[in-house]
Write a protein that binds this ligand. Structure first.
Ligand code: NAD
Length: 503
């Protein structure tokens, strides 16, 4: 990847890109930027929506948001485009996906800069967000190219042939959160386009800057009109999309509270649905674990992106025999983490994305105080104009604690100890969520056996949370419905068709 000219990785340069290249006050509909005011009838929507720099709490930009009128217009564009896009040769669809990847690569530093500016994440984490998104577009370009139009299904019947093919699911509503703007979009958009679906994309209203750049990219590569429509909007727009009778599929990533609403909004016309929701994932550290490495995995699992990761391993389950020594190392490593501005290359933990998210962390720190939890380190909101909280660890947390049970979505780790493997598994599964888990052990056989028994859609053994495009992503229980990435991610945007004929 060409990142040699890292010219956009300063706040000043990113602000310049935000001002000069991001199209605000407009929605990307039918291959064009449409002024939001031109379609808005709702007078409330005349109010400007502010985008903030989480590092300083200052407003970076203001924009109008879409209303349901824009949804109507975008649905009409996507429905018209579907007639031809759904029948476009896969090699052409693959070429467009590769072109998106290439264009993102050319504008890598701009996208990273906007992500740091609007989301607050440290540069290295923003690079992962953009880099993984690029890999995802490339992966689905290859996967769709390799998918045969017809495959033979073996059957015990004689004298007949059974053939299977795939058709796109239809016009899709894609709704994303703010924590990894480029990659959560790519996990939906790349397989949807590969499958032949057309799309309404609603990015989070919190982090519009990087996602609006995608409109420029789609325009630059000449993607046919109406195939992708981008609607900068809030809940009202999401609700209009997910309940629209001409939308065939909803793919939503976000909180459980909104996910439940989306599910009921989509129920009306029996839409196909995928939900990627919350998590309260476990990291199990066995007695034979390397303590130093375990601490790095614990820190990576909870303090990356200031804990704002759906798969954050926010519950530490550690073997009693090594707890004391592990906590000593963990405390030392945690207190030495560099908290600061995402644009500072020394920064390891950036701010929370918003005042609202900081207040959420503060709420749980206050609950921890009320519950009299033992705080190993942290538990403080930094006194600054930005949205910073210190990396926080609580020990001996009872499973009845709100902090054990609920997703904080911030840099807050709770921990407890175990003595038998069966107890570790029971504790890991003691959650209404079941998205991911990490196991740290010198014994791969033991770790793999645990992996079979821990409820989670993705597990890591002695590894940081790398997510490969080839691996399916999604949870059990209330962590959601369906899988993104991998072959399963493509299946989410296709329906199988079978044809029986004489041999
Ligand atoms: P959120 O639920 O507040 O918002 C998500 C999106 O839904 C936003 O675009 C928002 O505008 C939209 N929305 C709000 N109300 C809506 C409605 N009524 N109908 C349709 N859309 C609506 O979530 P968030 O705060 O942006 O993100 C944090 C949450 O996302 C966390 O709970 C986290 O665990 C989850 N998440 C899950 C995954 C995963 O892969 N499982 C990945 C990232 C984030």
């Amino acid at each position: 990847m060409n990142t040699a000219n890292a010219t956009y990785l300063t706040r000043q340069k990113a602000q310049q890109v935000a001002q000069e290249e991001v199209v605000l006050n407009a929605a990307y509909i039918n291959g064009d930027w449409v002024a939001i005011d031109s379609l808005t009838t709702d007078s409330d929507n005349k109010n400007s929506h502010a985008l903030y720099d989480p590092n300083s709490g200052e407003i970076i930009a203001t924009t109008r948001l879409c209303s349901s009128a824009h949804v109507e217009s975008a649905v009409s564009a996507a429905t018209q485009a579907y007639a031809s896009w759904s029948h476009t040769d896969v090699s052409i669809r693959a070429r467009y996906l590769s072109a998106i990847a290439e264009s993102m690569e050319q504008q890598f530093d701009k996208l990273v800069g906007l992500s740091v500016l609007n989301n607050g994440k440290p540069i290295e984490e923003a690079k992962i967000d953009v880099g993984d998104a690029i890999a995802c577009y490339r992966y689905y370009a290859d996967l769709i190219t390799d998918q045969a139009t017809w495959s033979e299904v073996s059957t015990l019947e004689s004298g007949i042939r059974l053939l299977k093919t795939y058709a796109p699911v239809g016009v899709c509503a894609l709704i994303t959160p703010w924590n990894f703007p480029m990659v959560t979009t790519a996990w939906k958009l790349a397989p949807a386009l590969a499958a032949g679906c057309t799309v309404l994309l609603k990015p989070s209203e919190v982090t519009l800057l990087p996602e609006l750049m995608l409109g420029n990219i789609l325009s630059q590569i000449g993607l046919p009109q109406g195939v992708v429509n981008i609607l900068p909007g809030a809940a009202e727009v999401g609700a209009a999309m997910t309940s629209h009778p001409l939308i065939d599929k909803v793919s939503f990533t976000g909180s459980n509270a909104v996910g439940e609403k989306v599910m009921s909004q989509a129920a009306k016309n029996v839409k196909d649905i995928s939900l990627e929701l919350g998590g309260k994932s476990a990291i199990v550290v066995c007695a034979d674990a390397d303590i130093d490495h375990a601490c790095d995995l614990i820190i990576g699992g909870i303090f990356t992106n200031a804990g704002q990761i759906c798969s954050a391993t926010s519950r530490l389950i550690i073997h009693q025999s090594i707890a004391e020594s592990l906590f000593e190392t963990l405390k030392a490593k945690t207190t030495s983490l560099q908290i600061g501005d995402g644009f500072d290359t020394e920064t390891q933990v950036g701010p929370l994305v918003s005042k609202q998210q900081l207040d959420q962390v503060k709420k749980y720190v206050d609950i921890a105080a009320t519950e009299q939890l033992t705080c190993l380190t942290g538990g403080k909101i930094v006194d600054s104009a930005g949205y910073f909280a210190t990396p926080t660890i609580y020990t001996d947390v009872p499973t009845t604690s709100q902090l054990w049970m609920e997703e904080v979505f911030g840099p807050v780790l709770v921990s407890t100890t175990f003595t038998e493997a069966s107890e570790a598994i029971r504790l890991a599964n003691d959650s209404k969520f079941a998205l991911a888990a990490t196991i740290v052990s010198a014994d791969e056989t033991v770790a793999l056996e645990m992996a079979l028994q821990i409820q989670a859609g993705h597990l890591w053994i002695n590894e940081q949370q790398t997510v490969l495009p080839e691996a399916g992503w999604g949870g059990f229980k209330q962590s959601g419905i369906g899988r993104e990435l991998g072959g399963d991610g493509l299946s989410a945007y296709q329906k199988s068709k079978h044809v029986l004929l004489t041999q």
